[in-house]
Design a protein around this ligand. Structure first.
Ligand SMILES: NC(=O)c1ccc[n+]([C@@H]2O[C@H](COP(=O)([O-])OP(=O)(O)OC[C@H]3O[C@@H](n4cnc5c(N)ncnc54)[C@H](OP(=O)(O)O)[C@@H]3O)[C@@H](O)[C@H]2O)c1
Length: 306
């Protein structure tokens, strides 16, 4: 099968190659999925799990990409809940071969059925951004109806989904980003927007929840904005500064079949719109890691036609 592999782990995107790999093996509890559309994270080539197993042993040539939408073609021993020919989507293991390939082995529990009327490209844009946004707002920050939430990077992958989910939950939503992101954030449902380059973040006053996707100085300055009893949740780096009278949480997104199903139904009903950027074939996946222009929305690799 054809796959993108990391050949040289020091070379970034320059170490990626499109070539032939053996068809994957379905281990216990795995399914094999024919990948129709795949997502990747631009920064993942810096993650050790991209080229090592859980014990830290080199597993190059390894396949990057951890988001997929496709069709089940084989069931490993002991898999439950999925059938051959079923449309599925989900988030794959960080320390195994990933989704920039024609086929991949995934633990069945990490995949959710995909409704027939949600297309593979849209579904492939959801697993990381959708699960991260949900887990940040509701599992870690326990956002409630009527509370206020500051969402940094509101026009980005995680932020754009978080704005829609928070608004649907009845929260008061303030988005941030660059000047050109204002209309996108407000269009997604933010009640207000702060241009981080031109406006003073501190002018918003206190909020119940901050969701940080930027880190650094923005993360530090945001701690002072958390109301007593509130939560700052970040996905960028372990927290070293805490709100004076609140919690600070850093987490890494986890697979969740039930939540994936809920997100797919929101997309199907038109309540959630993931932002799709470039859609490119597998032959252009290496180039997609280093785009020559800034693109809005998630880049998706179209591996197979429906
Ligand atoms: N811990 C986890 O489980 C987890 C999960 C998902 C993602 N992540 C990480 O979280 C980060 C965000 O992911 P994402 O997919 O949402 O990225 P993204 O699509 O690039 O979104 C980030 C948004 O923030 C904006 N932004 C960044 N720095 C800014 C600044 N200084 N001022 C104003 N706006 C700024 C970006 O604008 P520009 O595009 O103009 O820079 C973009 O709109 C990445 O580092 C990613 O690796 C972590």
């Amino acid at each position: 099968m054809q796959a993108i592999t990391v050949q040289d782990r020091e070379a970034g995107a320059g170490g990626l190659v499109l070539g032939e790999l053996p068809h994957p093996h379905a281990a216990e509890n795995d399914v094999i999925v024919q990948v129709h559309a795949a997502g990747f994270t631009p920064g993942e080539l810096d993650w050790p799990g991209t080229w090592t197993d859980r014990a830290g042993r080199d597993r190059t040539p390894s396949v990057p990409g951890h988001e997929l939408s496709g069709v089940v073609t084989e069931l490993g021993y002991g898999t439950t809940g999925l059938t051959i020919g079923q449309r599925v989507y989900g988030l794959t293991d960080w320390a195994r071969n990933g989704t920039l390939a024609q086929y991949t082995a995934v633990e069945a529990r990490n995949l959710a059925p995909l409704p027939a009327d949600v297309d593979h490209v849209t579904a492939a844009a959801l697993p990381i951004s959708g699960l991260t946004a949900w887990q940040a707002l509701f599992d870690h920050a326990h956002l409630q109806t009527g509370q206020s939430v500051l969402i940094h990077g509101a026009a980005g992958g995680v932020g754009s989904i978080a704005v829609q989910l928070a608004r649907a939950a009845g929260a008061q939503v303030i988005g941030t980003g660059r000047a050109g992101d204002r209309d996108t954030a407000l269009g997604l449902g933010a009640h207000a927007f702060v241009d981080l380059q031109a406006e003073k973040l501190e002018d918003i006053g206190e909020v119940d929840v901050v969701l940080d996707v930027i880190g650094g100085a923005i993360l530090e300055r945001s701690t002072a904005l958390v109301r007593p009893g509130g939560t700052l949740v970040t996905i960028t780096e372990p927290v070293t500064v805490h709100p004076r009278d609140g919690r600070a949480v850093f987490f890494v997104v986890e697979p969740d079949r039930v939540r994936l199903s809920d997100l797919a139904h929101r997309v199907r009903d038109g309540r959630l719109n993931p932002m799709i950027g470039d859609v490119r074939p597998l032959t252009e996946a290496v180039a997609a890691f280093t785009p020559d222009k800034r693109t809005h929305g998630k880049t998706i690799i179209r591996v197979a036609e429906d």
